[in-house]
Write a protein that binds this ligand. Structure first.
Ligand code: BGC
Length: 763
């Protein structure tokens, strides 16, 4: 078991670092045998007809069905176990009443919805939440989402998405926590805890769903739904751990992914959903397919017809069929023909009923129809959304222009299509949040610098230049360029519309869309300082724009309160502290580019030749060369973990207590962190390791811990971290999770590309 302690020497306190406890050492309640519940399940299942059992395994979407009366009749007949996309509390109550009072056995429905980064109050997209490196905020945000969603009758969310993605072309990179396994695990656990709360049977608790199981983020070419080719060791070392952590944290449900991995669609992969999930990990909740993914096994060419698809899925361990109708249409016959045993069906039904019992739906299936009036957009929810947005923004470059000093500005030009668009700042997967609740950057800047602010009044000129991110309107760009000439400073808000990322919205070209780059160029020609704020769903290739800008802030779609957060950062009322949860490529041709890759036999040594340096008719040679592109080098534009502040930090005196450790030892790390700049600020200190040798090659660096550390200007703190050597285990040549002996390098730094290493031995 991993236990990770932090000793605060100055105060002499021993604090347990929650993230590691949540990840590894807490026993989830879901694993405790609740005998009463199991007895009740047995009793109920013994009374159910085969048709009723299959009904429980069927999930339908309320807006993709023939009509209300069809749904009501199906609920009455026990042909539906779960409904997704029903968010009207009155209707939810009506349907529950039918299920309870008019169906034969009175089994409540489970109402599900994609509540991905907030319900009404929208938080930054998950990629932005990951940039906070703040699991406390993520947990609290998920709690807010649960409070709002459950007040509409939703007791199950299809979140968190735990897909590791090393490819920003993939639109769904927005929905996950980036490229790193440890960060994704920590954030996933925080979300599970937040959604499910302390007591799953409380009306404000919402069952979490760890998705998409598994490998979906490695879709070939970054094209959604595409095949993946992940060998078992890579799955176990990189893609599975966040799911395992979520299961340990008590996630009640798991969703299979759309992709086939090495030829096997996840929805029909018994090794994954049975051997690993149930047998190795002891998962006791239920597995749901992704939307129509049972049926899609036919399109994959893995099943010949719906009956075969249904058989493969249920035998693999998929308990609930989301929107394929394959279970309701085929399962009865399959059982009658002996192709699927009733025992298999019973197991699936029990898993589903267990979740319904644990959610307390049998005792209290109804929602208070008035409650949402208090919960939606509650002031404390908006405050938390703003705090999350603040910490999610990453300062990528700054020549000292930021923070802006309002006292020195008479005229400020605000331009760009993302400056005043309440809808586009919300990001992907927003079904319930409303654009008119958003506070845009323009509105927030006007408020901050307006009459009521008590500050010196600044003349704010708003000239959008472009109406939306793909707009190419030259006349608009010219108007912005003209306004720039009489401004003292220019803030350009560019980026991506919400619909350009998310499911099925992949891109081959990650440059800024439309005329946005020209807009930056045009205002830059005024010679005035240009601050670029990019509001987007993924890393974009922004080298040119970074070079043109005096300062560059990156805001993954920040949600409802994105405007006030950005305004506070721009004018120095807050200090940026976000760090990149994903590597930013210089150009799409470098993808996949990620920090934790293995070492080649000829690793890059900073010795790249460029196209221009190669003599014409040069002779063939490979000697002395390493892995890089002649036209794009080997380095990303910005590395994983990177992010600036308005102050600076120095790491000194990095030391460990011994030079060699045994496998069951704990290593004590100390370092001094000093705020060497003029303002207070928070640094995300990151701990990376590398096994110099192993029975299999290991990544050149891997994040294994981080902590947000606030410091006043000039302040130094000595930080102590205690790390069990067991944390360094990996799946080795024998496919066993083992701590191997040998030399290890360790870095404590502000990003994945800097810092001096310290070495030790494991023996
Ligand atoms: C997505 C899932 C989502 C489901 C239900 C699918 O298309 O892949 O992530 O939860 O739809 O809306």
């Amino acid at each position: 078991m991993y236990v990770f302690f932090k000793k605060n020497k100055r105060k002499g306190r021993l604090l347990m670092v929650l993230t590691a406890c949540l990840l590894y050492s807490c026993t989830p309640t879901v694993h405790r045998q609740d005998k009463e519940v199991e007895k009740a399940i047995e009793r109920l299942v013994s009374q159910m007809t085969l048709e009723e059992k299959i009904g429980q395994m069927n999930q339908i979407s309320s807006f993709n069905t023939p009509g209300n009366s069809w749904v009501e009749d199906a609920v009455k007949d026990g042909r539906i176990g779960s409904i997704l996309n029903e968010v009207d509390p009155v209707r939810v109550n009506n349907l529950q009443k039918i299920a309870l009072d008019s169906s034969r056995l009175g089994i409540p429905l489970l109402i599900g919805r994609d509540v991905i980064h907030g319900f009404k109050t929208i938080f930054p997209i998950p990629l932005g939440l990951a940039a906070t490196f703040n699991p406390r905020l993520v947990e609290e945000g998920a709690r807010v989402a649960a409070i709002e969603a459950t007040s509409a009758g939703v007791r199950w969310t299809f979140s968190p998405m735990l897909d590791i993605s090393r490819d920003p072309r993939w639109g769904r990179i927005a929905e996950g926590f980036g490229e790193d396994t440890y960060l994704t695990s920590v954030m996933g656990v925080a979300m599970v805890k937040g959604y499910q709360g302390q007591d799953l049977s409380h009306p404000s608790a919402m069952a979490a769903c760890a998705k998409h199981f598994v490998g979906y983020g490695a879709a070939e070419g970054g094209r959604d739904y595409n095949s993946t080719y992940l060998p078992e060791r890579l799955l176990r070392n990189v893609y599975l751990p966040p799911f395992h952590a979520a299961v340990r944290a008590g996630a009640m449900t798991v969703m299979t992914s759309f992709n086939d991995n090495d030829g096997i669609p996840s929805t029909g992969n018994r090794w994954l959903t049975h051997n690993i999930l149930r047998e190795e990990w002891g998962f006791s909740g239920f597995v749901v397919s992704d939307w129509a993914s049972v049926h899609e096994m036919i399109t994959h060419g893995f099943a010949a017809h719906p009956a075969e698809a249904a058989r493969l899925a249920v035998q693999a361990g998929v308990d609930m069929d989301m929107m394929s109708f394959a279970y309701v249409s085929e399962m009865e016959q399959l059982v009658k023909e002996g192709k699927v045993s009733e025992k298999t069906v019973n197991k699936a039904v029990k898993n589903i009923l267990r979740v319904k019992f644990r959610l307390g739906l049998f005792e209290n299936p109804y929602v208070n129809e008035e409650l949402h009036k208090e919960t939606f957009y509650a002031p404390e929810h908006l405050a938390l959304a703003k705090e999350s947005a603040l910490e999610s923004v990453v300062l990528l470059s700054n020549d000292g222009t930021l923070p802006l000093d309002a006292e020195k500005i008479n005229t400020l030009l605000v331009t760009g299509p993302m400056a005043d668009d309440g809808y586009e700042q919300l990001g992907t997967w927003v079904f319930d949040g409303e654009e008119n609740a958003s506070v845009t950057p323009l509105a927030a800047i006007q408020e901050k610098l307006g009459e009521s602010s008590g500050r010196k009044r600044v003349r704010i000129v708003y000239e959008p230049g472009l109406k939306y991110s793909r707009d190419n309107d030259n006349a608009g760009i010219q108007r912005a360029a003209a306004a720039a000439r009489s401004a003292d400073a220019i803030i350009v808000f560019v980026g991506e519309e919400s619909i350009l990322s998310g499911e099925a919205h992949c891109l081959a070209d990650l440059n800024l869309q439309g005329g946005q780059s020209r807009l930056i160029q045009a205002v830059k020609e005024s010679g005035k300082p240009v601050i670029t704020v990019i509001v987007a769903g993924r890393p974009l290739t922004i080298k040119k724009e970074a070079d043109l800008s005096n300062a560059l802030l990156y805001s993954f779609h920040p949600g409802t309160m994105g405007g006030p957060a950005l305004a506070d950062l721009l004018f120095g009322d807050e200090v940026p502290s976000g760090k990149l949860p994903v590597t930013f490529p210089v150009t799409t041709g470098q993808i996949p580019i990620y920090y934790n890759h293995n070492s080649t036999g000829r690793p890059y040594q900073g010795n790249e030749t460029s196209l221009e340096n190669i003599p014409v008719r040069a002779g063939q040679t490979s000697l002395g060369n390493t892995g890089f592109y002649l036209d794009a080098g080997a380095q990303p534009l910005f590395p994983f973990g990177y992010g600036l502040s308005y102050t600076t930090f120095a790491y000194t005196n990095i030391r460990i207590d011994k030079v060699s450790y045994r496998q069951h030892d704990t290593i004590t790390l100390n370092f001094d962190l000093t705020n060497t700049g003029k303002s207070a600020g928070t640094e995300v200190a990151q701990l990376y390791v590398r096994h110099k040798t192993g029975s299999v090659t290991r990544p050149i660096k891997e994040l294994i811990f981080f902590e947000r550390i606030p410091l006043e200007s000039g302040q130094t703190r000595t930080i102590t971290w205690n790390m069990p050597i067991q944390n360094l285990a990996f799946w080795n040549l024998e496919m066993k999770e083992t701590v191997e002996t040998g030399q290890v390098e360790l870095w404590i730094a502000g990003d994945s590309a800097s810092g001096e290493s310290v070495r030790f031995e494991i023996n």
